[in-house]
Design a protein around this ligand. Sequence first.
Ligand code: COA
Length: 161
Amino acid sequence: MRHSAIYPGTFDPLTLGHLDLVERAAHIFDRVIVAVVVHSRKRTVFSARDRIQMARESVKHLSNVKVDSFDGLLVDYARGLRVHVLLRGLRAFSDFEYEFQMALTNRKMAPDIETVFLMPQESYSYISSSTVREIVERGGDISEFVPLPVKRLIERRIKQK
Ligand code: COA
């Protein structure tokens, strides 16, 4: 039996913390699907297409990881793929309340789907997509916070503006 897990997120953009989590999951599960939500409840800075491309290029060294996108309810997407594990990262205690609410809501809607939490490497635990966006907006260097393909795509977008 193959064990698969879905790692859902907005990934606006994907950071080194997200990538660390994907790499950990790739050791545990046979297949990991990084699922980029197309319409996030948050207003995104990067288009769905860019968020997907950045994720895809960042995980291409991992043969059992693929990037996909979804819209609508996460549990419906998981059921459609017949995947019963959702993966989320816990960076600090402050993540807990939001993650707890989301995991229990998903469980209520789909009791057959379990949420599994992993912790990223502690040196990445302070990184967030919004701090990366803020540094980008103010012209700073994001090399320490995002994978190289993410940095490159963001630099291309800045030049195009
Ligand atoms: N490393 C770095 N940052 C991390 C991280 C990690 N390991 N884990 C979480 N984060 C940060 C992100 O950087 C982001 O930071 P920001 O708020 O500063 O931008 C934040 O935590 C969360 O972003 P992300 O990891 O991309 O996930 P999300 O919380 O945006 O994803 C969905 C939410 C997509 C899973 C959720 O909204 C969803 O399932 N939507 C579909 C609709 C649905 O089914 N809703 C019902 C669910 S209750």
